[in-house]
Design a protein around this ligand. Sequence first.
Ligand SMILES: C[S@@+](CC[C@H](N)C(=O)[O-])C[C@H]1O[C@@H](n2cnc3c(N)ncnc32)[C@H](O)[C@@H]1O
Length: 233
Amino acid sequence: MRHHDHRHDHGHSHDEGLETLRQALSAEAWNERYSGSDRVWSGKPNQRLVEQAKDLDPGTALDVACGEGGDAIWLARQGWEVTAVDVSEVALEKVAIHAEEAGVSRHLRIGLYDALSDPRPAGHRTFDLVTVSFLHVPIPDFNDIYRGIAEAVAPGGRLLVTAHHPHDVESGARHSHGDGLLFEPERVLEALGVGTDDSPWVIEVAETQDREQAMPEGPMKVRDTVVRLRREG
Ligand SMILES: C[S@@+](CC[C@H](N)C(=O)[O-])C[C@H]1O[C@@H](n2cnc3c(N)ncnc32)[C@H](O)[C@@H]1O
């Protein structure tokens, strides 16, 4: 478990800013968002997941911060045995319904996961693929959370991290999600100590990749951070 002593240290504007960022990662905030409409996201899998996972041999997969389950259901359709976790039970209820509709319920289980209270999602070195798409967390929490998530990768398994790149704020494609929330591939590599002597991780992909995304104001060029690592041994 992590320690959150500084969470109770009120009175500094820096901490209040951090508290606001963390509040945006609460079950309350996301349940409200997911209750507001039938589908917040498209239901389609993320392009980066499809690109990065389509040639992998199916095994067990964990989709962290799965949202409404577009990625998890796609993985189940490809033959993976999927566990999908998120902080929002409203989102998880939708995943269960969509999995039923897609006929993959037997291959998809759901679970509650709050990265801020315990960064380890499920299992210890058990999943052949752990994927996390667009989970942007405050910098002080980043290392604990991404290390916790990486713990779930089995020996020989893969970690896939997809995120919005900070360039999107500079280019005007996105409003800031808050201080430092968007990140470059290097932040993941540093958090996991990739490249250090005793690191178990092999870099398969660590890139920024551009794509077009439909936005309310029309198609925009956006940039993703894509990191795919394999745990050796
Ligand atoms: C931008 S959405 C991405 C959803 C999905 N991965 C996708 O790509 O469509 C971020 C997701 O992170 C989840 N989330 C937010 N805070 C979280 C937390 N503290 N622990 C776990 N998941 C969280 C939200 O409920 C939401 O589903």
